[in-house]
Design a protein around this ligand. Structure first.
Ligand SMILES: Cc1ncc(COP(=O)(O)O)c(C=O)c1O
Length: 498
């Protein structure tokens, strides 16, 4: 007998290892405690600061070397509770309004937990999680008014959803088999179009697609920061004349700076007339389609060839989950499907289900659908629609509160739930006004009052509040205005630097 067989024959005596707990009862008790702590954590979120900086000992905790020997799970959890849970980004707090986040929900967190416990790989296959993944995509189609024949895929977020849409657009409009021959073989250079308010992920997409940033023409916007349709037409004509191939127009349903929504109906018409692919970046605003009072704002989205939307924003699913929808299912599949010999389908059994990896770049995929599915089932879509209306109404209320306060001014009238404003100061302008407003923003964060971000709109620096938050209440907005004015006065008196 060789050494391996001898070792195997001793197998019964060697204690084989596993990652499963030695004592299931102990792990059950600890898990109950973790869930209890998690419920308390969420219940009391309003009482804690929105954000706080980490003390030095917490920062050094994360420089500890690779652990080599075991440590009881209760201790590991203690470290997480002390060093991680106490210092969150803050986006589940009612007064977090920076950039553009969702505010999560507990049911979604349970969904993520159960998805991890089940551990299924959503690359595809014949199992319940895969059917649920497709069902959530179907529900997204229904929310957008897309036909049942369309296809889609759940991805990590809006940036990836946009890349999926733009990749299908490139391949469908290239005039050659890009997958086989590459972009260098395209006879006329492709041109994509979007407004000068496009999210930065489109630049990354153009670079990753091998088309390059310059192939994405930024079209000027009107006074409401919506794409100027006349300027778009002129740019397309100019490009055709110069020997380019206009391929795709990207409409934005909710720009990141101000929430402006392009005229999607006009873009849909133009795309037909100019024979362009019509993609909608709906990461912020596509879901307005389910909000009864505001759905008219995104009319035309249902005519797109592809849509990127973001359930981790206005459906408040825990990060990460985005969704790409493609009207022409075969164009979608033809862009990504590959069948290697080790992933062939079988007539029955585990490999008889659909291969979901055929609709995107990932092979292994997480079970993202469950957190969305559970929250949609629990609350129903109508409540999510009302919450979107609520945030938009809050954006308008905040706009009115700012207009009523002489020390503050709006930099752009709010169109949906994003409010851009600034502290006026006494005759302050330019860099000094920017420094004062930046200091207000930082102190609001550091004092744990509210998290805002800043941007530049119409060439003017401003503070920016994006109310994508199901916990925000009217008194939070009153508090923001009061505290901004207080800080503005204090900083004006004492100078900006701390
Ligand atoms: C308009 C727009 N597009 C795309 C994205 C990117 O989405 P994600 O952060 O989910 O990748 C965002 C993010 O806020 C956005 O506002």
């Amino acid at each position: 007998m060789d050494a391996m067989l001898k070792a195997a024959s001793r197998g019964g005596m060697v204690a084989e290892e596993t990652l499963d707990p030695v004592d299931w009862a102990e792990v059950q008790a600890l898990s109950h405690r973790i869930v209890d702590d998690a419920v308390d954590y969420l219940r009391d979120v309003r009482e804690r600061p929105v954000w706080q900086d980490m003390p030095e000992e917490v920062k050094t905790f994360f420089a500890a070397p690779l652990p080599r020997s075991p440590q009881p799970l209760a201790q590991v959890y203690g470290e997480v509770a002390r060093n991680v849970m106490a210092y969150p980004m803050g986006n589940i707090h009612p007064r977090f309004w920076s950039w553009y986040m969702g505010s999560s929900n507990f049911t979604g967190a349970l969904g993520d937990f159960l998805a991890a416990v089940q551990g299924s790989n959503l690359g595809g296959g014949n199992h319940a999680a895969a059917l649920m993944d497709s069902q959530v995509v179907d529900w997204c189609k229904q929310m957008m008014g897309f036909p049942q024949s369309a296809s889609g895929t759940l991805v990590s977020g809006g940036s990836m959803a946009n890349i999926i849409g733009l990749t299908v657009a490139r391949n469908a409009r290239a005039g050659i088999d890009v997958r086989e021959h590459g972009v260098a073989a395209i006879d006329k250079p492709l041109r994509f179009y979007g407004s000068d308010q496009l999210h930065s992920c489109h630049r990354k997409a153009m670079e990753a697609l091998g088309l390059g940033n310059r192939a994405l023409r930024r079209i000027p916007t009107d006074a409401g920061l919506r794409i100027d349709i006349g300027a778009l037409r002129a740019a397309i004509a100019e490009d055709r004349k110069a020997g380019f191939r206009p391929a795709c127009v990207i409409g934005t349903a909710g720009t990141v700076n101000t929430g402006a929504i392009d005229d999607l109906q006009a873009l849909a018409r133009l795309a037909v007339q100019e024979d362009l692919w019509f993609h909608v970046d709906g990461c912020i605003g596509a879901l307005i389609a389910i909000a009864p009072e505001n759905s008219h704002r995104v009319a035309g989205i249902e005519q797109a060839h592809s849509i990127a939307l973001d359930p981790h924003k206005w459906l408040h699913a825990p990060f990460e989950v985005g969704c790409a929808l493609i009207r022409d299912a075969s164009a979608h599949r033809n862009t990504f499907a590959v069948t290697p010999e080790y992933l062939e389908s079988t007539p029955r059994g585990l490999a008889s289900g659909q291969w979901l990896h055929d609709f995107g770049l990932q092979t292994s995929r997480g079970f993202r659908a469950l957190k969305v599915w559970m929250a949609l089932k629990e609350h129903g879509i109508e409540k999510f629609g009302r919450l979107i209306d609520q945030n938009i109404a809050q954006g308008h209320t905040l706009g009115m509160l700012i207009e009523a306060e002489p020390l503050l001014e709006l930099v752009a009238p709010p169109s949906i739930n994003i409010v851009c404003f600034r502290y006026r100061g006494d005759g302050l302008t330019g860099e000094r006004q920017k420094a004062l407003n930046t200091e207000i923003m930082l102190r609001l964060q550091e004092e744990g009052i509210a998290a805002l971000s800043d941007t530049t709109v119409h060439g003017q620096h401003c503070l920016r509040v994006a109310i994508n938050n199901h916990r925000t209440r009217r008194d939070d907005l009153d508090l923001l205005v009061r505290e901004t004015v207080r800080l503005g006065r204090e900083i004006s008196k004492s100078g900006t630097a701390r």
